[in-house]
Design a binder for this molecule. Structure first.
Ligand code: GTP
Ligand code: MG
Length: 482
């Protein structure tokens, strides 16, 4: 550590999840960069992973090969040392000795002898045997600050966990739990803070690391909010047009065909916008193994009265309570017939909502949810006969879009980078978030949705910033609720 950058060597038995811990902590989901694998003995050499902000290096984590013969190694070191407790000198001689076969142990001890702190990873689901005690003993002899991490697996627990905690408590400065497959931002931050506790000598740099991590997390949320805002605006402004000839217009089947094609085209575009939004979010949060669902059929039939369709959207029907919340927000918003030819879109509905929401409150019944897309299909009044399809006339539509995004945002934040399985970014019948929005936010967004849907997204910077903040706040809530 001659250059003053704090180092921590992640050590432990083979296959304990050492590499997975680093991968999750540093958000590395690429096996080419950091190999996590069910094959024991996967990491055979020390590999350094650096935390860098700007051009400055803040802290290093060294992935090491696991202990493979700890009991024998302990004996060999004792033998080298003779009477009393071995220390760094004995360990140095052990590492320098040749021909005794303790390749893994020597490699993992090297960074510790060079001054790295110890991050000892165990799987508390494993029985605590003598060989683990030998590992702890050898690590104690290094005299380096030591943090033990219990990499709790989903199915772990029980007595052995308590036993582990007790033993680790006496041999380490600090014991923490950390599930490499499920740890989220809060746990990662906790782990960084734990390093600060054991490595007092590097306090300023580690404190700066923590605040950089926090700042970056906020910056990402801000960026994500912007992605969401642009997605919602584009989705609500989306219009798909097709020309229709006079004779087609008079033939019901032809006309129907035209409308159906238009509808399909509209949803195709909507899907594209949605996919782009999720892809951008995955990039912001550095995920490559989470894949945007193709949702081939998700939009096809948008009859929101069917439970099945709700499930397809990944949302619970309870979502709909939001309906009541937006009333009065955009009173009187009416689509200009001469511009888009859209006479019965979302904008119009926003104006005449009082009675419906009152009924919703009183009777606890569901408001009329049917999205009749044909409401949006109208002849434009210009020279060319044109069919235009715009956002579904249902007032819930933007809220459903937003909930779909928020639920998936939650799923993105939940995914640990230490996992190596490919996963689809889906939502499975989840509670949404928008119905818990405070009235002010609903009102602000409701009005903005209405404007966007009318095709008159506010140009003022103030509104855009307010909307961004509102969305950021919503994302923050997802982060703290998950
Ligand atoms: N379920 C679950 N599996 C985990 C967890 N951590 C690691 N694993 C799995 O355990 C296996 C070993 O993980 P690695 O991170 O490669 O373990 P390692 O300690 O680096 O192993 P070596 O490099 O071989 O010493 C992989 O299949 C991981 O996916 C966890 O928290 N939960
Ligand atoms: Mg490894």
């Amino acid at each position: 550590m001659s250059d003053g950058v704090p180092e921590f060597a992640v050590v432990g038995r083979v296959n304990m999840g050492k590499s997975a811990v680093i991968a999750t902590l540093l958000e590395i989901d690429d096996n080419e960069v950091l190999r996590v694998s069910p094959m024991p003995g996967e990491t055979t050499r020390c590999q350094t992973h650096r935390v860098v902000f700007g051009n400055k290096e803040f802290v290093r984590f060294i992935d090491t090969p696991g202990f493979s013969r700890p009991v024998e190694a302990m004996r060999a070191i004792r033998l080298l040392h003779g009477e009393g407790t071995p220390g760094r000198d004995a360990l140095r001689r052990f590492v320098a000795a040749e021909g005794d076969g303790f390749t893994d142990e020597k490699r993992l001890l090297e960074p510790l002898l060079a001054g790295a702190g110890v991050l000892y990873v165990v799987d508390p689901g494993k029985p605590l045997r003598d060989d683990f005690l030998a590992e702890m003993e050898i690590l104690r002899w290094t005299g380096r600050p030591r943090l033990a991490l219990m990499n709790l697996r989903e199915d772990a627990g029980g007595e052995s966990e308590e036993l582990w905690r007790e033993k680790l408590g006496s041999a380490f400065n600090l014991v923490r739990t950390f599930d490499a497959h499920r740890a989220k931002y809060a746990q990662r931050l906790m782990l960084m803070k734990a390093l600060l506790e054991i490595e007092e000598g590097h306090r300023p740099l580690l404190e700066e690391t923590i605040s950089r991590i926090e700042e970056e997390w906020d910056a990402r949320r801000n960026e994500a909010a912007e992605v969401v805002r642009e997605f919602l605006a584009e989705a609500l402004e989306l219009r798909v047009r097709a020309r229709i000839e006079e004779r087609e217009e008079t033939m019901p089947t032809r006309r129907k065909q035209k409308e159906d094609d238009l509808k399909a085209g509209y949803f195709e575009q909507l899907k594209k916008l949605e996919r782009r939004c999720f892809a951008a979010m995955l990039e912001i949060y550095r995920h490559h193994l989470l894949k945007v669902e193709t949702r081939e059929d998700a939009f096809e039939d948008i009859d929101l009265e069917s439970e099945e369709v709700w499930m397809k959207w990944g949302l619970k029907r309870g979502q709909l309570a939001i309906f009541a919340g937006v009333t009065g927000a955009a009173g009187g918003a009416i689509v200009d017939v001469s511009t888009g030819g859209l006479t019965h879109g979302l904008g119009t509905l926003l104006g005449g909502l009082g009675a419906a929401s009152a009924a919703w409150f009183k009777g606890g019944m569901l408001p009329d949810l049917k999205v009749d897309l044909r409401d949006g299909v109208r002849f434009s009044t210009g020279e060319t006969k044109e069919l235009v399809i715009g956002p579904p006339g249902n007032l819930n539509f933007p809220w459903i879009l937003l909930d779909g995004v928020l639920v998936r945002y939650g799923r993105i934040l939940e995914r640990a980078h230490g996992r190596r399985d490919v996963e689809l970014l889906t939502a499975v019948n989840e509670e949404g978030y928008t119905k818990h929005f405070p009235p002010e936010r609903r009102k602000l967004l409701g009005r903005w949705f209405g404007d966007c849907a009318k095709g008159s997204r506010p140009v003022g910077r103030d509104v855009e910033v307010e909307v961004l903040w509102a969305l950021e706040e919503a994302l923050r809530e997802v982060d703290s609720r998950k």
